[in-house]
Design a protein around this ligand. Structure first.
Ligand code: SF4
Length: 70
């Protein structure tokens, strides 16, 4: 996959535009970036250290296409 240009990166890096990112909020209102690939592939941590600048699992959310089954 082709990573987005640096202008599209945020504080979470690649995860911000990755279709496998899920934003989770705890009871205190803190927000975390969770990697859903971690459910099926142990190469990916559930909560990756941010910003993620390189990731073999990255897939552009904006690219569309079918969602992979869990
Ligand atoms: S696959 Fe990589 S870029 Fe995508 S959410 Fe997980 S850690 Fe982030």
């Amino acid at each position: 996959m082709t990573p987005p240009s640096s202008s599209r990166r945020s504080s979470t890096g690649l995860c911000a535009s990755c279709r496998h990112q899920r934003i989770v909020k705890n009871t205190r209102g803190s927000v975390f970036s969770m990697c859903e690939r971690s459910k099926t592939d142990d190469r990916f941590p559930k909560y990756p250290r941010l910003p993620v600048l390189e990731c073999v699992g990255y897939e552009d959310r904006a690219a569309g296409g079918a969602t992979e089954p869990d």
